[in-house]
Every structure is written in C-alpha cells, then in structure tokens.
Ligand binder design. Structure first.
Ligand code: CAA
Ligand code: FAD
Length: 385
C-alpha cells in the first residue's frame, strides 16, 4: 500500500521495526477489522499475535523479556497499527505506554521481575484511573485503599477502562486517605484474579473492538509489595504516565488520519471516474488533498518532536499535550474529508472510511479531553512568565 510519509529521521532499527509492524497490521489485523468492529470484540488471535510478534514489551529491557527498544519505536507501532485499526492500536498503546511504563518506571525490582516478563509474553495490561464522578477531575477519585495486615483492601468502582475485558494486570489508583485530597492517591498493581470484576461492557460509537468497561473492586486484598512507587504519590505516577501516554494517543490519531487519507486518495486517483476522468484530477479535489496532507505533516512533526524530547530526557509535557490536541483534531478532519471524497461508497460499511470517521471522535476525549490539553499547555505557558 502506498504511504504518504516522506520523512526519514528514524534510526535504521526504528525504520525496520515500523516496516515489520506495517506488514503485521496489513497481513494479520486488516482481514479481521470489519468483523471485530461489527462484533464489538477483539479477536483473541490478534492479541496473541501481538504478543508473539514482540509488540507488547517494546521498551521492556531484553533481560526482562522485552524488545529493549526506544520510546519512539513504541510510538511508531501505535501509529502503524492505527493506519489499519485504531482499536488494536489503542490496546497496544495502553499496554505499552501506560501500563508497562508505570511498572518499568516506578516499580520496585521485585515488581518489575514479577510482572514485566509476563506482560511481554501473554498478560495484557489495563490502566484504571477514571471513575463515574471523576473524569477530567481525575484526582477527585473515590476508590479507597485501607491498610489491612500486610497489605491493603481496595473498594470502589472504575469506569471507562480500556482493555479491562481481556486484561490480566491492572494499575489501580485509589486513595489511602481522602482527607489528604490528591496527596492520598496511591497506585497499586492488581492481578485480575485478586478479585477485579467486570460490571459492564460499554457499547460505543467508535473503537468498538477495544473493550471499555466498568470494573468493580469489592474488598480486593492487595499485598503491600504491589504498591507502585510511594504511598500518596500515585497522582504523580498517573499524570506523568499520562504525559507519555498522550504522545501514544497522538500517534493513534496520526495513524488514523494517514490511513483514511491514503485509502481515500487511492480511490480518487485510481478507482473512480466521473465526467470522463479520475475524480482525484479535479482541482476542487486536489486543493483539499493538499490542505489535509499539509496538516497531517504538521501533526507528524509535532508528534515525533514530542517523542524525541521525551526520549532524550527534556521537558515534554507541553509538546505532548500539543501533539495529542492537534493529532486528534487532524484525525477528525482527515477521516471526515475522506468519507466525502469517496461519496456514497465512503458512507457504507463496505469500506473502512465510515469506521475511521467514527473512531476519530475518541481522540478528543480520552487521556484528557481537548480542553484539558489546552489547559495544560496554557498552565505551562503561564508558568514560564
Ligand atoms: N504533568 C505533571 N504533573 C502535573 C500535570 C502534568 N501534566 N498536571 C498536573 N500535575 C501535578 C501538579 O504539578 C500538582 O502536583 P504537586 O502538588 O505535586 O505540585 C498536581 O498534579 C495537581 O495539579 P493541578 O491542581 O494543576 O491539577 P488539577 O487537579 O486541576 O488536574 C489533572 C490535574 C487531573 C491531571 C488534569 O489536568 C487532567 O489531566 N485531567 C485529565 C485526566 C486524564 O487524562 N485521564 C485519562 C485517564 S486514562 C485514559 O483515558 C486511557 C485511555 O483512554 C486509553
Ligand atoms: P468530563 O470530565 O465530564 O468532561 C465533559 C466535558 O466538559 C468535556 O468537553 C471537557 O473538556 C469539559 N470540561 C471538564 N472539565 C473542564 C475544565 N476544567 N475546563 C474546561 N472544560 C472542561 N480512563 C481510564 O482511567 N482508563 C482508561 O483506560 C480509559 N479508557 C477510556 C476509553 C474510552 C472509550 C473512553 C470514552 C474513556 C476512557 N477513559 C479511561 C476515561 C477518559 O479519560 C475520560 O472520559 C476523559 O478524561 C473525560 O472525562 P469524562 O468522560 O468524565 O468527561
């Protein structure tokens, strides 16, 4: 399939990795996309194949069973998967950029050794922060963690939890002391079989194959060794992890924008003729291609820049928020234009364009809505004054 990227600022390893993932997405994922969307279910063979192909422990060190690759590699995987299916892409993204990152960055040696190898091999991760009463205001969470014996007992309910239907390992954020506000929030690594229950699977507009559930924790005992980082510092873990995760969602939305653009322009240049010529040859169409392609290129530069800043140890919070904000706007624009460019065919379920269009809506909502990204950017600008 033709691509629209002409950038060549990746290492040879990253470029090879990107190509391998593109092949994987087209050969393994593409044939299942329509069925998974219709069934609102992730095919287990796709999940297994992601593990078997080394896509689930990208930054995990080799000695712990991972690929030991760069953050940029993790981002490229999310982008390539999203060109074919944003649902599979977000499953990979949450597992790598949120859950593995949490354990790799804040976990004790014992936690890393106990969890990371399994999570590179076959155990899926999920990140449980949001609740019914706390979405944008995430630090107002109510789930309680009360000390008992050599651990904590967790009680509460989490909402909107991606991957939770299939997951084995959850990062759960709960407060050990509500009187301390967000400074009571603590992060726990919780195995599904410690007692996490799926209470409801949401039916959604888009990314339908990606599971999004309400999960309940009723008297779930978690040993103190499974506290991630320090007690009371869970809020910092949550948001610092999300700063990275937002680059991942940017990559998902960039991939979606590119996937929709490539599919629709192929149709316009090679398949569809009206008035005796390919519809892509009309100037009215070409001006639109030029505009969207330019915006996709701008999104790409914002995204890769944020990823490199993170990787090289610079401040990247503002740039990550900008990349997530802009990529999610461009995804909606590209997917919407792509439906128009394919006319009636674009509107049917025969093609994946209507799906890209539905899937694109989520980018401005999760991992912080667009207003939250704008607020984050503005707070950092203010701080610099
Ligand atoms: N990076 C680092 N630290 C940050 C930060 C950031 N982006 N934003 C806030 N903080 C820190 C502040 O420094 C402060 O810490 P200290 O007291 O130690 O200095 C603390 O957080 C509180 O700061 P504020 O009073 O400014 O924060 P707030 O209560 O107004 O809101 C927030 C903070 C909850 C993080 C909010 O800005 C936010 O991002 N909300 C969106 C929540 C979100 O992204 N949820 C995603 C859930 S996971 C998901 O969605 C996955 C998926 O779909 C696939
Ligand atoms: P609200 O916070 O109620 O926001 C509603 C509207 O109000 C938005 O437009 C928002 O921008 C605006 N608003 C709110 N506060 C402000 C403000 N201060 N200034 C200006 N505008 C404001 N969470 C997890 O923990 N883990 C997951 O894996 C996960 N996956 C998700 C998957 C899906 C499909 C969805 C839909 C959500 C997921 N979430 C997850 C939750 C997601 O992060 C939240 O939905 C998101 O942060 C927004 O919260 P909310 O839905 O409560 O909306």
């Amino acid at each position: 399939q033709r691509t629209i990227s002409s950038l060549n600022n990746f290492t040879e390893d990253e470029q090879m990795f990107r190509e391998a993932v593109s092949k994987f997405a087209n050969e393994v994922v593409a044939p299942k996309v329509r069925e998974m969307d219709e069934n609102e279910n992730m095919d287990k063979e796709v999940i297994d194949a992601m593990f078997e192909n080394g896509l689930m422990g990208i930054e995990t060190p080799e000695e712990l069973g991972g690929a030991g690759a760069s953050f940029t590699s993790a981002i490229l995987v999310v982008e390539e998967l999203a060109k074919v299916d944003p649902s599979v892409s977000v499953m990979n993204d949450v597992h790598n950029t949120l859950v593995n990152t949490c354990i790799r960055t804040w976990g004790s040696k014992d936690l890393k050794e106990r969890y990371l190898p399994g999570m590179a091999e076959n155990r899926l991760g999920s990140f449980a922060l949001s609740e019914a009463g706390s979405g944008s205001d995430a630090f107002a969470l109510k789930t309680r963690a009360e000390p008992k014996g050599d651990g904590y007992v967790l009680n509460g309910s989490k909402m909107w939890i991606t991957n939770s239907y299939e997951a084995d390992v959850f990062i759960v954020f709960a407060t050990v002391d509500p009187s301390k506000g967000y400074k009571g929030i603590t992060a726990f690594v919780v195995d599904k079989d410690m007692g996490i229950k799926i209470a409801k699977k949401e039916k959604k507009l888009g990314i339908r194959a990606s599971s999004t559930c309400v999960i309940n924790l009723d008297d779930v005992y978690v040993p103190k060794e499974n506290v991630l980082g320090e007690v009371g510092k869970g809020y910092k873990i949550a948001i610092e992890c999300l700063n990275e995760g937002r680059i991942g969602i940017g990559a998902q939305m960039l991939g979606l924008a590119e996937g929709a653009f490539t599919k629709a322009t192929n149709y316009c240049f090679h398949d569809r003729k009206q008035f005796g010529q390919y519809i892509g040859e009309f100037q009215g169409m070409q001006f639109q291609f030029g505009q969207i392609a330019t915006e996709i290129e701008a999104a790409r530069l914002l995204l890769y820049n944020a990823a490199r800043l993170k990787e090289e140890g610079h401040n990247f919070t503002k740039e990550a928020a900008m990349a997530k904000l802009y990529c999610s706007q461009i995804a909606q624009k590209s997917a919407s234009a792509a439906v128009d460019w394919m006319g009636g065919v674009g509107f049917t379920r025969e093609e994946t364009l209507e799906k890209f269009y539905r899937d694109s809506k989520i980018g401005t909502i999760y991992e912080g809505t667009s207003n939250i990204q704008l607020q984050t950017i503005a707070k950092l600008i203010q701080k610099g004054h």
